[in-house]
Design a protein around this ligand. Sequence first.
Ligand code: FES
Length: 57
Amino acid sequence: MFVCLCHGITDKQIADAARKEGIGNMRELRKQLGVGSQCGKCVQLAQQVIDNTIVDE
Ligand code: FES
């Protein structure tokens, strides 16, 4: 599912970034994938995906 429509980023891409590249917060995710850098609507959901991914490990 798409989380960030502005940049076409899916929840899977965010989870992968959290797992493989150790992305742990929105600031890092924004820098890496651009998520949340345009309209900002995706920020809350993207944060949830990061949190859930980290909790799952
Ligand atoms: Fe992510 Fe707009 S949907 S910045």
